[in-house]
Write a protein that binds this ligand. Structure first.
Ligand SMILES: O=C(O)CCC(=O)C(=O)O
Length: 339
């Protein structure tokens, strides 16, 4: 049976041809080393100005960091991981009830990235959910496993709170008012991608997700502690981000890069796969409201620095992002002011 998804319960002995990247685009796993100096920021630190400085450094030089003592209860995190595993362990017929390759769907199980647009596929299945406002979207979420809605709802609330705290720290770190980003980004949407990467027969030839930047404002990623796979581009080299216990990985998205006038980086990152074990990650995305007008913050151009990007609405940006392949040039390049 052609089930469309990879997590059908039947293991693969060969990598199907339409997952094989051309030689020049392969991940070259043996050349990737661990990132030894990933910034780890303790959000329970008493001295806020110290935390703000760490955030500045991490966002400017890395575009990503890990947070610990972040306030999201361990129980909420563990339950989220368990229910995600349970979901992907369901019989394929049950999961396929939610299958769609239409990116505009607010709840969908899908595979790869954008199957209708891409020529080479990625070794990933994912459940994508819109999560805010909760009362609007929760009724559409899977009701199998039976605890799914309650667990994911709770997790979403906690993660949103963390996102807001981080946006405040990020605004302050740019020398802006604490609520600057929150005001500009409007009534922020929240999306979740529960990513499931099954064991892959030939991990050297393909990706879970190829290099990309995130189109939203901020990403809060929960990584599988046992199975690593996240890599980021640092100083033009791919490096592996080893999972840190009880941490989230935070990525600056394209919108915060634009708002910061390019001081902060929406980092290129990718997920690689392995032959032995399935890997799970849960990405939570905070997204500006559709009509939010994004442009470099005035406070960052008042000294005469040129605004690197033109103003645009998030709706315009998002449409452009999804009309392209994931691994093309940085989507923000298309929104630059002429020099
Ligand atoms: O699985 C990962 O580590 C990365 C996930 C990711 O980049 C995404 O969902 O956009």
């Amino acid at each position: 049976m052609d089930t469309k998804v990879l997590s059908s319960g039947v293991p693969f002995s060969n990598l199907p041809e339409n997952y094989v990247r051309p030689e020049s685009e392969r991940p070259r796993l043996s050349e990737v080393s661990d990132c030894e100096d990933v910034p780890i920021i303790d959000l329970s630190h008493e001295d806020r100005s110290q935390t703000v400085k760490q955030i500045f450094y991490a966002c400017k030089y890395y575009g990503f960091f890990q947070v610990i003592n972040h306030g999201v209860p361990t129980e909420a995190v563990e339950k989220m991981k368990l229910v995600a595993h349970e979901f992907f362990g369901l019989p394929v017929e049950e999961k396929m009830k939610l299958y769609s390759d239409d990116p505009s769907k607010t709840v969908r199980l899908s595979t790869s990235f954008n199957v209708k647009k891409e020529t080479v596929h990625n070794w990933r299945d994912y459940l994508r959910l819109h999560c805010y406002p909760l009362d609007k979207y929760e009724p559409e979420w899977p009701s199998n496993p039976s605890s799914f809605k309650e667990i994911v709802r709770n997790y979403c609330i906690e993660v949103r709170g963390l996102g807001y705290r981080l946006e405040e720290l990020i605004s302050e770190s740019l020398g802006l008012e604490k609520d600057y980003a929150k005001k500009v980004l409007g009534e922020q949407g929240q999306h979740m991608a529960v990513n499931y990467y099954p064991p892959c027969p030939e991990p050297e030839l393909t990706y879970g997700l190829p290099g990309h930047t995130d189109p939203n404002a901020l990403t809060i990623l929960l990584q599988d502690l046992q199975v690593s796979g996240l890599q980021v581009l640092k100083d033009s080299k791919w490096v592996a981000v080893k999972p840190h216990p009880n941490a989230f990985v935070i990525n600056i998205g394209d919108q915060l890069q634009a708002l910061s006038n390019g001081i902060y980086r929406s980092v290129w990152h990718r997920a690689v796969v392995n032959a032995d074990k399935p890997r799970l990650s849960v990405a939570s995305f905070l997204c500006p409201s559709d009509d939010a007008l994004i442009s470099p913050a005035k406070g960052l151009t008042e000294d005469g620095s040129a605004a690197v990007y033109r103003g645009f609405t998030y709706a315009e940006y998002y449409k452009t992002f999804w009309s392209r392949n994931l691994d093309q040039e940085h989507c923000l390049e298309l929104f630059k002011n002429q020099e």
